[in-house]
Design a protein around this ligand. Structure first.
Ligand code: F6R
Length: 610
């Protein structure tokens, strides 16, 4: 969602902030703006649409200065207009602020500020923050006024403040929305996410909720909202700048799809041995305790939720642990029954998704233990969890999750196998077979990527269709849901739905007519024959079947209008391999439809509001 960048340093501030904002474009946005202190006062420029509109305006009429804050806005309160774009300024134009999150009590705050004579220009919730700072600054020093303001806010925020009266510093704070400090040589950044600063530094400070920070070119000072100093050591980010660039691919999504053999390997590295699975000492101890859990609840949103659904099949079937899976936004509001014997497994790429984070907090309040499967070190969920299985997939920039998903599935395989072993649920021969099978997965994914030409042909053939079904059974059921999500996410012209193939007859089949494309996942499994019958049911109604099947399956040919083969593997690992043609199919359909693949309209990468 919204991207924040604040910069203090010697480099030209406008181009530096724009460059960092570009690296946050993946978060999704609909307008952008910048405020610059030019030595005399604050100048603001905002534009609707993409950053290139803002950049063009800045080229035409440049702004120059010593420090700046920039923002990409994903509209929540008020349409994506220039007036609603950030930064917002106070009545006198001496303070400028950018914000990510939602201020839930903004209406009350606005009413009281209006009564005190403040003039509002936008429809945003954000604008109350800057007027509140202005109000408190009438009687308090600026840093105190800033922190006092934050204490009045309910909801979530990451903010960055620029004040004409204090031209050497920027002020930031977070509560429920991410904000990191990038510590460079003679320059300091505030940013929503690490990729924004990677080109300049890998040294970062992660802020906790309810913490404020003052940054200057020399460094950063973290405090509580009451102003008490907080000692915080910088962390060194393992990612480098190349990992956040396209590397010659047309889109980040395509690059990330092709990275999967390597990213899966990274998830396995140091954990999967020839005869055993191990983690670091702390995680090993946690898993030992977890193996005695009576129940696991897997939570996540979107793609991460689909990974959870696959996890349910794995953990129940192989590790013999009862599992529930919940969409995090439902879990947090359904009054779940939790206790010490329940462990909640929060699955999340970003570690910042608001609903998943709320689910984690709820679980902890009720005495349950929390394990996070997460990609971003230092993220909110990683820090709240009792233990973390990092997926090590590197930065995922495209809005549509691909490599993070297959790394989540890989981490779930590791979790399933180690819990199954600890619980004595896996016979020795099966254990050896599973370990050998998992070792092979990166290579199988590499081979699955070779089907791209066939997938592309199928995608081009069906690109003009406007409705798709995706069907599968058992492990292929969540894969079907995920395949449909990928397509509808990046190709907003298309309606795509995933179903359990057995559910077809209970309603959706009524829609099938001549030419309606149905993607079937028909790889090797105990329910293969049943899936083959479902394919026939669609064909009998003149639907078009695009079938993903296991290499060497001769029988399937007569059932398929378009056929895509993937390498054979244990059914347990098949969702990882089968994800590849589904991702590529969505990608090529979207490309044929000229969609904005990396930044689909209305979507945000990191959903930090409810
Ligand atoms: C789909 C997608 C989203 C995310 C969801 C959860 O491609 O990217 O559905 O999976 O917003 O995000 P994380 O995993 O960051 O919690």
């Amino acid at each position: 969602m919204c991207g924040i960048v604040g910069y203090v340093g010697k480099s030209p501030v406008v181009s530096t902030v724009l460059d960092s904002l570009r690296r946050l474009e993946y978060r999704g946005y609909d307008s952008a703006g910048i405020a610059v202190f030019n030595g005399h006062g604050i100048q603001v420029r905002k534009r609707t649409g993409k950053l290139k509109e803002l950049a063009a305006s800045l080229q035409h009429q440049p702004l120059e200065g010593r420090l700046a804050v920039g923002h990409t806005r994903w509209a929540t309160h008020g349409e994506p207009t220039e007036l609603n774009a950030h930064p917002h300024t106070d009545c006198r134009g001496e303070l400028a602020l950018v914000h990510n999150g939602i201020i839930e009590n903004y209406a009350q705050l606005k009413a009281s500020l209006l009564a005190r004579g403040h003039r509002f220009r936008s429809q945003t919730d954000t604008e109350v923050i800057i007027h509140l700072v202005e109000e408190y600054a009438k009687r308090l020093p600026l840093p105190v006024a800033f922190r006092r303001t934050l204490q009045d806010l309910r909801g979530s925020y990451a903010v960055c403040l620029l004040a004409a009266s204090d031209p050497k510093r920027l002020y930031g704070a977070r509560c429920g929305s991410p904000l990191v400090v990038g510590l460079g040589r003679g320059e300091t950044f505030l940013a929503s996410d690490v990729p924004a600063v990677l080109a300049r530094t890998r040294k970062v400070l992660y802020l906790n909720d309810q913490e404020a920070v003052e940054i200057s070119a020399e460094g950063a000072r973290v405090t509580t909202l009451e102003g008490k100093p907080v000692a915080r050591k910088p962390s060194l980010v393992a990612w480098d700048v190349a990992s956040a660039q396209k590397d010659g691919h047309a889109h980040f999504m395509l690059k990330e799809i092709h990275e999967q053999p390597a990213t899966i390997e990274q998830t396995l590295t140091g954990r999967l041995g020839r005869a055993q699975i191990t983690f670091d000492r702390r995680t090993n101890a946690f898993l030992k305790e977890l193996s005695r859990a009576e129940r696991l609840i897997l939570i996540g949103c979107g793609t991460a939720y689909h990974a959870g659904l696959v996890g349910e099949y794995m953990l129940e079937e192989v590790a013999k642990i009862p599992v529930d899976v919940d969409v995090a936004s439902e879990f947090r509001y359904r009054g779940p029954m939790l206790d010490r014997n329940t462990t909640v497994v929060a699955i999340t790429q970003s570690g910042e998704t608001a609903d998943t984070l709320a689910g984690v907090k709820l679980a902890k309040e009720q005495g349950a233990k929390v394990l996070a499967i997460c990609n971003v070190m230092g993220s909110s969920i990683a820090r709240q969890a009792d233990a973390v299985l990092y997926t090590h997939a590197g930065p995922e920039i495209a809005v549509a999750s691909t490599k993070a998903y297959t790394s989540q599935l890989t981490a779930l395989c590791l979790l399933t196998l180690s819990l199954g072993k600890l619980r004595g649920a896996i016979p020795a021969a099966a254990w050896r077979r599973y370990l050998a099978g998992l070792q092979e997965v990166p290579e199988l994914v590499r081979r699955a990527l070779r089907v791209e030409p066939a997938v592309k042909r199928a995608a081009q053939r069906y690109a003009s269709a406007r409705d798709f079904y995706y069907l599968g059974r058992r492990y292929n059921y969540p894969s079907a849901l995920e395949g449909a999500l990928k397509l509808k996410e990046i190709c907003p012209l298309i309606h795509a739905e995933g179903y359990a193939a057995g559910e077809m007859k209970h309603g959706p089949i009524s829609l099938i007519r001549r030419g309606w494309p149905v993607v079937f996942l028909a790889t090797e499994s105990p329910v293969y024959d049943k899936v083959a019958s479902n394919i026939e049911e669609v064909r009998a109604r003149k639907g078009e079947c695009i079938v993903i099947a296991s290499e060497g399956d001769r029988n399937i040919r007569r059932h398929a209008d378009a056929l895509i083969f993937v390498p054979r593997t244990e059914e347990l690992f098949s969702p990882i391999v089968n994800a590849v043609p589904l991702q590529l199919f969505a990608y090529h359909v979207a490309r044929a439809n000229r969609c904005d693949i990396d930044q689909p309209p209305n979507l945000a990468k990191s959903v930090t509001v409810e």
